[in-house]
Design a protein around this ligand. Structure first.
Ligand code: SF4
Length: 240
């Protein structure tokens, strides 16, 4: 289940180049305009009986169609942190390409972090891994994962894996997608095995290279195809 308290985004780094915000959807809906949605306080809205509209014991993927740490959302984020604090029965999964903005608008009672917040730092290449991950590990966050998506080259995550629970890897989708090489995916998986971390190959991307052969993969088949390899290490972990 997703919760998008605001909409709109713009490029932060290499991995954003072919983000669908820049494609036909962006043109149609004006996705570069950052604006609050009508779901802004959705997790704490109640029905006529006074019960929350969203039941507890859920994972809520938060800001997966925008970025939680956009500067334009600095003020709004204060209210959203309060929503997150109230719903201790929901795990909020936040994925960002702007982890360096994490300290901005952090609640005063954040301390070592809220238990129900799991933050994913996206790194698409080695340069960004080496910039973002030391920052990511230095912040007070209780639960962390790394998302190599879109994976654009081989990445050495070993220096950082000690501080995270999980790694997700995925290729880039779309007509202009850049290649994702299965060797890079397997290499990251191997690092996770060594570091005893869970691993999820979430999709192949549209241009998937394996044993030197590049194949175009239909967007609707990319997740099923990645699953076919049977390389996920999930240890019963629930994914969104
Ligand atoms: S940060 Fe995410 S949502 Fe924003 S442009 Fe980049 S890929 Fe798209």
């Amino acid at each position: 289940m997703n919760w998008e308290p605001w909409t709109g985004c713009y490029k932060a780094s290499e991995g954003c180049t072919n983000c669908y915000f820049y494609g036909p959807y962006g043109k149609r809906y004006g996705q570069n305009t950052i604006q609050k949605t009508d779901e802004f306080d959705w997790p704490i809205r109640r029905n006529a009986k006074g019960e929350y509209n969203i039941k507890g014991n859920k994972i809520l993927a938060t800001c997966f169609a925008t970025d939680f740490f956009l500067p334009e959302a600095d003020e709004w984020r204060k209210a959203v942190w309060a929503v997150i604090k109230e719903r201790t029965d929901i795990e909020f999964l936040i994925l960002t390409k702007r982890i360096d903005r994490f300290p901005v608008s952090l609640p005063s009672d954040w301390g070592t972090g809220y238990d129900n917040v799991n933050i994913g730092c996206t790194v698409e290449n080695q340069e960004l891994a080496d910039y973002r991950l030391p920052l990511f590990l230095s912040y007070p966050i209780k639960r962390r994962f790394i998302a190599c998506a879109p994976l654009l080259e081989p990445i050495d995550l070993m220096p950082y894996l000690h501080g995270v629970e999980h790694v997700t890897v995925g290729g880039e989708s779309g007509r202009e997608a850049r290649e994702c090489d299965f060797e890079w995916v397997l290499n990251i998986r191997e690092q996770c095995v060594k570091a005893n971390k869970t691993f999820w190959f979430k999709n192949t991307g549209s241009l998937f290279k394996r044993e030197g052969i590049v194949e175009k993969i239909n967007p609707f088949k990319q997740t099923a195809k990645s699953k076919e390899f049977g390389i996920n290490i999930l240890n019963g972990q629930k994914l969104f």
